[in-house]
Design a protein around this ligand. Structure first.
Ligand code: NAD
Length: 497
């Protein structure tokens, strides 16, 4: 059986302490093995990245960007192949995989403007014959640790921008769907990237801990679940590193009584069940203001869900595929059971769906649960499955309070026809990414992505302008040439104009 290896110094390596199964979640069968790096392998990748840094840092930004530009073309040429890899290891249907890839490519396009992004700031005559400017200098070796649910897009949030900024990079992708990252690194090499600038190590906690503690790693970008994000942030920070750690979510939509209900139902159906709900921006809670809105939503959702098609990635007419592992399928089913035990009403039960020809796949069908209340396990925790909860609130303020009280603050949205209500909502909600009649408010690549509260540890979001800030150190230079005639003696008061 083939082994998905590491990519170190421009070569694929299968050095492994051990290997681990990678499943095809639609069939439930082992598709291949992934090498799990020992500490020494990760240290080798870090050493290689450090050795590549001085020359890469000196490479003009426009030349660096040209490589990224070629990489963008290679991504487009290989799009179908990448989507098939995503399908086989993650289970995502091709239309959804293509959506993920295109959003990733948008981040690559942003990085193509690297020379422009690194121009810095210049001020002339900040004092007599004194000029001052700020430069954005690269940090050195940067590590990226990514989750299973976007095997192409999340790595593409990170390394193209970090690399165009002049850093070298070590990527540790999810061990559950490792193939795409390896292929992306090979495409970067084909685009002309010098060996050692981008390295991929496959692995688990051993690899992560090595990246978090090795003094040669200057910064860590992490995306994954909240407990691990918190661990990564505190460990990396304790070891003197810059860290941004994006965590989990529980994204609420408020359905106002005046909402266009058909639009809300269509939006919720895609945003709750797309990608089996395995998106950090999935809408997993609908808070309906008033029973009339709730009854209308539940009625129309139930109808809309009759048409949901769950199945394997090989059939592009399917709406969504399996969840990532058998253990995760059991966990999602457990949340549904707990909701019933704790007094909620299961309106549509997606447990154990029949998927013709895929009896051993890790499938959960679309599930709708009404009368959910704060305090229930299914409400407090991130389910990360195709499950939509309906909570009933008496007022918009009560609905907003629920969102503000929740530990997560990644995304949210409101469905309403009332502009004043929408403005009040976006002003006062404690969430980082807000939609108004749009269900998945994932910012475009030239803005930045980041939640609030326990959805993001660190002060800068990922990609876009925040990404440039994260991957660079500001250096401000103040300059005067004494020959210009201004020759002062020693000055003991603090310099000012
Ligand atoms: P995860 O936290 O299990 O894994 C993420 C990464 O951390 C992987 O590379 C994994 O190998 C590593 N890891 C796992 N356990 C570790 C440990 N004990 N010590 C050190 N490293 C460890 O997350 P996942 O299941 O792969 O992804 C799903 C989660 O990611 C969800 O919670 C989802 O909301 C979140 N997510 C968040 C965003 C965002 O932008 N906020 C985006 C995508 C996914």
């Amino acid at each position: 059986m083939n082994i998905v290896g590491h990519y170190i110094n421009g070569k694929v390596s299968e050095a492994a302490e051990r290997t681990q199964d990678v499943f095809n979640p639609a069939t439930g069968e082992v598709a291949r093995q992934v090498a799990i790096a020992a500490k020494e392998t990760v240290e080798e990748a870090i050493a290689v990245a450090q050795a590549a840094f001085p020359a890469w840092r000196r490479t003009p930004p426009a030349k660096r960007a040209r490589i990224i530009f070629r990489f963008k073309h290679l991504l487009e040429e290989n799009a179908d192949k990448i989507c098939a890899m995503i399908g086989e290891e993650h289970g995502k249907i091709s239309h959804d995989a293509m959506g993920e890839l295109i959003r990733g490519i948008e981040n690559v396009e942003y990085a193509c403007g690297g020379a422009n992004l690194l121009k810095g700031e210049h001020s002339r005559n900040v004092g007599p014959d004194i000029d001052s400017w700020s430069e954005m200098q690269p940090l050195g070796v940067v590590a990226g640790i990514t989750p299973f649910n976007f095997p192409a897009m999340v790595p593409l949030w990170m390394f193209p921008l970090a690399i165009v900024c002049g850093n070298t990079f070590v990527l540790k992708p999810s061990e559950r769907d490792p193939s795409v990252s390896l292929f992306l690194a090979q495409l970067m090499q084909e685009a002309g990237l010098p060996d050692g600038v981008l390295n991929v190590v496959q692995g688990d906690k051993v690899a992560v801990d090595t990246l978090l503690t090795d003094p040669r790693v200057q910064a860590v970008s992490f995306v994954g679940s909240t407990p691990i994000a918190e661990y990564v942030y505190t460990t990396a920070s304790a070891h003197g590193k810059r860290c941004q750690a994006l965590g989990g979510a529980k994204n609420h939509a408020i359905i106002m009584p005046d909402a266009d209900m058909d639009n809300a139902v269509a939006a919720l159906t895609g945003a709750a069940f797309g990608s089996s709900g395995e998106r950090c921006m999935a809408l997993s809670v609908a808070v309906c203001v008033g029973d009339e809105a709730a009854d209308a939503l539940v009625g129309k959702m139930t109808e809309s869900m009759q048409n949901l098609k769950v199945g394997a990635y090989t059939d592009s007419s399917n709406d969504f595929g399996p969840v990532i592992t058998e253990a995760h399928m059991n966990k999602v089913n457990g949340y549904i059971a707990s909701a019933a035990e704790q007094g909620a009403t299961i309106v549509v039960d997606g447990r154990n769906p029949k998927v013709e020809g895929y009896d051993n796949g890790f499938f959960v069908g679309g599930t709708l649960i009404d009368n959910v209340r704060p305090g229930m396990t299914c409400y407090e925790e991130e389910i990360f499955g195709p499950v939509l909860l309906v909570v009933r609130a008496e007022s918009m303020d009560e609905a907003m309070q629920m969102i503000n009280d929740h530990e997560y603050g990644n995304g949210t949205c409101i469905f309403t026809r009332d502009g004043e209500a929408a403005r009040y909502f976006s002003d006062n909600i404690l969430v980082g990414m807000v939609g108004i009649n749009t269900p998945l408010p994932v910012p475009v690549a030239y803005h930045s992505f980041g939640g609030w509260k326990r959805s993001l540890f660190g002060c800068l979001g990922t990609y876009g302008p925040d990404g440039v800030r994260f991957y660079t150190n500001r250096k401000t230079i103040t300059q005067r040439w004494p020959s210009s005639g201004v020759r002062e003696g020693a000055q003991f008061s603090f310099p000012s104009n």
